[in-house]
Ligand binder design. Structure first.
Ligand SMILES: Nc1ncnc2c1ncn2[C@@H]1O[C@H](COP(=O)(O)OP(=O)(O)OP(=O)(O)O)[C@@H](O)[C@H]1O
Ligand SMILES: [Mg+2]
Length: 177
C-alpha cells in the first residue's frame, strides 16, 4: 500500500507565501508550468494531482512528460490506469497513473506502486482513491477551474488555479524556478 514505504513526516503545508496559488491562464500555461516541474523531478518523487474532471491534471502531467523527453503526446491513463515510461523515451523512469476507475482500495496493491517508486517518479491523478494511503512525502498539487470572467461569452473558463501542499522533500524545490 503506498504510504508504507515512506516515513517522512508531512510538515509543510500550503505553498509558502502563495496561499492564493498560481494562476494558469490557459492550456499552454499549464503545459509550461509542467515543464518547470520536470526540471526538478527525480526518481522516487511522487506528485499527487488533485482536481475535478477536466481540471487539467493530465495536461500538467503532459507538460512534465514532454519536457522529460516524451515525443508523442502522453495519453490519459484513465483506462490503462498505469502508463510507465522508461529512458530513453523520458530522462528518468516515470509512471503516469490515473486511479479514477479504481473501485476498491484493495486493487491498489496489485498496481505495485510502492515497488515502482523505488526507481521511478510517480505522477498520480485521482490520488483520493488511495485514501490515507498516499505517501506522506508526495507533493500535492490541487487544480481548480477558475470562474468564467463576468461579461465573457459562455463556455468553459480556460484559467486554472494551482495550489500546492509541499512536504519536506520538496521544500527547497518549490515553487519551481
Ligand atoms: N489552463 C488550462 N490548463 C489545463 N487544461 C485546460 C486549461 N484551459 C483549458 N483546458 C482544457 O481543459 C481540459 C483539461 O483536461 P485534462 O484531461 O487535463 O483534465 P483532467 O484533470 O486530467 O481530467 P480527468 O479527471 O478527466 O482525468 C483540456 O481539454 C484542456 O484543453
Ligand atoms: Mg486526467
Amino acid at each position: 500500500m503506498p504510504g508504507c514505504a515512506s516515513h517522512q513526516p508531512l510538515r509543510a503545508l500550503s505553498l509558502t507565501g502563495m496561499s492564493e496559488g498560481i494562476l494558469l491562464a490557459d492550456e499552454a500555461a499549464t503545459l509550461a508550468f509542467g515543464a518547470r516541474i520536470a526540471g526538478l523531478l527525480q526518481p522516487g518523487d511522487c506528485i499527487a494531482l488533485y482536481g475535478d474532471l477536466g481540471a487539467g491534471k493530465t495536461t500538467l502531467a503532459r507538460g512534465i512528460l514532454q519536457t522529460l523527453g516524451l515525443e508523442e503526446e502522453a495519453p490519459s491513463p484513465t483506462f490503462a490506469i498505469v502508463q510507465p515510461y522508461e529512458p530513453p523515451e523520458t530522462r528518468i523512469p516515470v509512471w503516469h497513473v490515473d486511479l479514477y476507475r479504481l473501485e476498491d482500495p484493495a486493487e491498489v496493491a496489485e498496481l505495485g506502486l510502492d515497488d515502482a517508486r523505488q526507481d521511478a517518479a510517480m505522477l498520480i491523478e485521482w490520488p483520493e482513491r488511495l485514501g490515507p494511503g498516499l505517501w506522506t512525502d508526495a507533493l500535492r498539487l490541487h487544480l481548480t477551474i477558475e470562474p468564467q470572467p463576468v461579461g465573457e461569452s459562455v463556455g468553459q473558463s480556460t484559467a486554472r488555479r494551482l495550489t500546492a501542499t509541499v512536504p519536506q522533500a520538496w521544500e527547497k524545490r518549490w515553487p519551481p524556478a
